[in-house]
Design a protein around this ligand. Sequence first.
Ligand code: FAD
Ligand code: AMP
Length: 518
Amino acid sequence: MADKFDVIVIGAGPGGYVAAIRAAQMGLKAACIEKWIGKEGNVVHGGTCLNVGCIPSKALLEASHKFVEAKHDFDDMGIQAGDVSMDVTKMMARKDKIVKNLTGGISGLFKANGVTAIEGTGKVVSGKQVEVTDNDGNTTTYDADNIVIAAGSVPVEIPPTPLTEGLIVDSTGALEFTETPKRLGVIGAGIIGLELGSVWNRLGSEVTVLEAMDSFLPMVDTTVAKETQKLLKKQGLDIKLGARVTGSETNGEEVIVKYTDSNGEQEMTFDKLIVCVGRRPYTKGVIADGVSIELDERGFIFVDDQCRTNVPGVYAIGDCVRGPMLAHKASEEGIMVADIIAGHKAEMNYDTIPSVIYTYPEVAWVGMTEQDAKAKGIEVKTGTFPFAASGRAMANNATEGSAKIIADAETDRILGMHIVGQHAGEMIAQGVIAMEFGSSAEDLALTCYAHPTMSEAVHEAALAVDGHAIHMANRKSVNNSVSNNEAPPFKGGANFRLCLNPQRSKERGWPVLLRPFL
Ligand code: FAD
Ligand code: AMP
């Protein structure tokens, strides 16, 4: 008789392994099933993120960025690096070593937390039972009071460009090139396409990105997206917007891609083509026939705000359910469902999930764009600060980009933060925390930032929301009519404010509004 568990998780990606660890920490008897076979032929944990996603891509992005710095930027600082070259094999070996360390680390974390790791393919056969088929085809059925499906996602393939060994690859294939292709095509100017295109562009490929949409990064604030497009173009990425790929041919050595744009039918020839047109939920074989777990019209497992499926006791999280396909979103959902299963109240704030594009400079954002807010009829005020005016950015040789804050015009509450600049991915955490605490732009403006830091640009952007930036000329007139403790300064008449710092609010006699716990 197989073991019975309080919770069985299917999939050990960042959603599943985090859910299993958290459940064990909450005192539950937890198991996690994984089927991914790694490069060494054994089952590995970590899912897409650790094996073929976040981590390996960042290893290549960092190495290729350092290469560019050594080749082009060191001289300016007086460093004579000589003839700089890239050993692609060594770069890949380093990436593989990082992946191996991290995936092995998850097994260690399972042991340390008392999670039972089960190797094989899991299938929900009833609301309380999971069948596991191991590599030899043997099946075992486990009972569980609760089941969490965290089966992840896989790259989308499109009929015009079927994957062709060594020539047309998906993101996984693009992490395994053994040499730098001379002419590289990338389909899709989304996060993954821009990151992988950047890696190979930096190493010397002539990169063309074909994007069907007319707009560039529509999810990012227009000011920041336009700046990003300009910067990537300057680096040599040829991003063709409004270019829809319709077909391809291969001749064993190169790929001829057909696409249509405003001038009609076009053709380009590449040595390699990466297809980065998105990812789709992976639910194949995870749900047995006869188990009525609902999927939505796009194939995602249908869940409520707390990741409950329509079958009591069965939850689904991460890339196989609605919401952004991001590792940290999957992990937070993992923590939430484990807490719910353990009997606690738990919720997730889907409005404060940050996104980062790890190009150089990085692009990072959280919350609304100015255009989103306007479309919703929300009156906003914004503050933008360019890194060109930052002392630390000058010292870092990183003056490209800017930080922008979008705040509600009436309450001053921060609605969004969008940054393009060196370390934007680190800086955006300030926006996430501020929004999570219902902070006003003024709260950030009145916060003491270390000098000199790149983050001071966020401080200045917050000051600029009300025309008070110190280190640049403010476009809007400074509002200095209210600046005492009887009324909120810089507020233009609102009689309440949201405040990150309760002490400050108390001293000023302002009500503190906290985010309600649902
Ligand atoms: P996955 O990581 O896909 O894990 C699902 C796991 O379930 C897999 O291990 C799979 O083998 C297993 N599984 C599936 N079915 C079964 C079954 N029946 N039985 C047993 N096991 C099963 N996100 C970020 O946040 N930041 C980034 O920088 C980032 N970069 C990326 C770069 C690339 C190139 C790619 C491809 C993705 C990137 N992502 C990034 C996205 C991120 O990897 C995913 O959002 C994340 O991995 C989703 O986690 P998950 O746990 O839902 O699914
Ligand atoms: P994302 O979903 O963020 O990974 O981005 C994928 C991108 O691929 C989107 O911006 C799509 O518009 C783009 N895309 C999808 N199909 C095609 C196609 N046939 N030709 C060019 N771009 C495409």
